[in-house]
Design a protein around this ligand. Structure first.
Ligand code: GLU
Length: 472
């Protein structure tokens, strides 16, 4: 739940954002309601015998919209997961998939558990039992409902779930497509672990390609050299910060974690901070940086770009008025409450919304699902053929000119795309195209003042179109 009593719940917050966009659209009342509501939430309570006694766990799988199937969305492990949250996240999945043209409906799951309280064997038994309950009801199924990792889960849990499905469906040749985010050796795809962070990087690159948009955020120039504060150095925050630092020349001046925040105007070495975090369980004691046990103060610190990459509701009515970043990119789902969104919008802060900013994960999940259904790795058929063609072109050029092709370019040009290259290319294209569809609405309609409303308008319109063409 959000802290401030004046704030609606996460679910209501998403609904408010939906309404704000739908109010500007010409969409019949009944259809609007159909698109907004969450279709179903399945709650399961199951027992697992562990440490000599039976422990009961509560899990959820919400299906927000089946306008396209399978429905898609991660499964979160956290001790405070609840129905409202899972439904809000499922709704975000519907609109996210629609915005980035990933042909899935929206779903989300959660298991109320503190994953750190259990060892690996115990977690495997709990996960398999939870998966069993969902599989029995087709809530894990290659053509119906395809989970993926989320907070507290990763490749390991996905491999257990996929294996559980395969054991219960021994003749299903497409069994591997029942979940995404699996390890490579269990049908995963190159680049999935880093995908959400990579998507944040591509989103920022695309934003900075549009001078007009950069100016709207009161910024100038390119992405290089921008001072960034990242909240959460988990999978998403870590990869986003790492790529932005190493490949785009951004300066990561602040990092906020569970135990506090660290700050250095000269920039923090992301890779080393991550190592420190993994070894010590927190950022406290990281050398050469100022530390504050109250990490949230860094959300209010002056910087160019703020990247909330952990929990929902971290920017809310309590702190929104103090947030100074002119540009915020929502790497997490729902990090800004509807109330805070209003405050920030009124101040002219540009927010790159979650629907778009963190869609890299589900985009690469889509590629993984396609790979699993086609039973072949991307690039396997064409890579060497392409290399050979490039070789011919180089030979031809050298023969025609009598000159040598420059050696450094030759190596690059001769490299045929492997799976990871194709995944990155597909992700980059997805992020660019989706941004352009959002910004067209942002700049094209006088009444649309921000990217979030634009994102919802694009998404809702597409979902509505699907219903219009195929019926309910
Ligand atoms: N949990 C991720 C998200 O919130 C990934 C979902 C997926 O890959 O299906 O977008």
């Amino acid at each position: 739940m959000f802290e401030n009593q004046a704030e609606p719940s996460f679910r209501d917050s998403v609904n408010l954002m939906f309404d704000q966009a739908a109010d500007l659209m010409d969409i019949p009342k009944g259809l609007r309601e159909k698109i907004k509501v969450c279709n179903s939430t399945y709650t399961v309570r199951f027992g697992v015998k562990l440490r000599g006694e039976i422990h009961t766990f509560t899990g959820y799988r919400s299906v927000h919209s089946e306008h396209m199937e399978p429905v898609k969305g991660g499964i979160r492990y956290a001790d405070n997961v609840h129905q409202d949250e899972v439904e809000a996240l499922a709704a975000l999945m519907t609109f996210k998939c629609s915005l980035v043209e990933v042909p899935f409906g929206g779903s989300k799951g959660g298991l109320r558990i503190d994953p750190r309280a259990w060892d690996e064997d115990e977690l495997e038994r709990i996960t398999r039992r939870f998966a069993y309950e969902l599989i029995k009801r087709d809530l894990i199924h290659p053509s119906q409902n395809v989970p993926a990792p989320d907070m507290g889960t990763g490749e390991r849990e996905m491999a257990w779930m996929a294996d559980q499905y395969a054991r219960m469906n021994t003749t299903d040749i497409d069994a591997r497509a029942c979940v995404t985010g699996k390890p490579r050796n269990a049908g995963g795809i190159a680049g999935r672990v880093e995908a959400t962070g990579r998507g944040v990087q591509y989103a920022l690159r695309e934003f900075f390609r549009h001078k007009e948009d950069v100016a709207a955020a009161n910024l100038s120039g390119g992405l290089g050299g921008k001072r960034i504060i990242v909240q959460g150095l988990g999978n998403v925050g870590y990869h986003a910060a790492k790529f932005l630092q190493e490949e785009d020349g951004c300066r990561i001046i602040g990092i906020i974690e569970r135990d506090g925040g660290i700050y250095s105007d000269d920039g923090l070495p992301v890779e080393e901070v991550r190592e420190h975090l993994v070894t010590n369980g927190g950022v406290h004691g990281f050398p050469g940086a100022a530390y504050d046990p109250n990490g949230a103060v860094l959300l209010e610190q002056e910087c160019d770009i703020l990247v909330p990459a952990a929990l929902e509701g971290v920017i809310n009515l309590n702190n929104a008025a103090n947030v100074k970043a002119p540009l915020i990119i929502e790497a997490a789902n729902g990090p800004i409450t509807a109330g805070a969104d209003r405050v920030l919008r009124d101040r002219g802060t540009v927010i790159i919304p979650d629907l778009y900013a963190n869609a890299g994960g589900v985009t690469v999940s889509y590629f993984e699902w396609v790979k699993n259904l086609s039973h072949i790795r991307f690039g396997r058929m064409g890579r060497r053929w392409e290399e050979a063609r490039h070789g011919l072109l180089i030979d031809g050029l050298e023969q025609m000119t009598g000159k040598q092709f420059p050696e450094n370019l030759k190596t690059l040009f001769l490299h045929g795309p492997g799976e990871v290259d194709l995944v990155r290319s597909g992700l980059d294209d997805t992020m660019r195209t989706a941004y352009q569809s959002m910004r067209e609405v942002w700049h094209g309609k006088e009444v649309v003042k921000d990217l979030r409303t634009a994102a919802y308008i694009v998404s809702i319109e597409r979902v509505a179109d699907t219903y219009r063409s195929k019926g309910l």
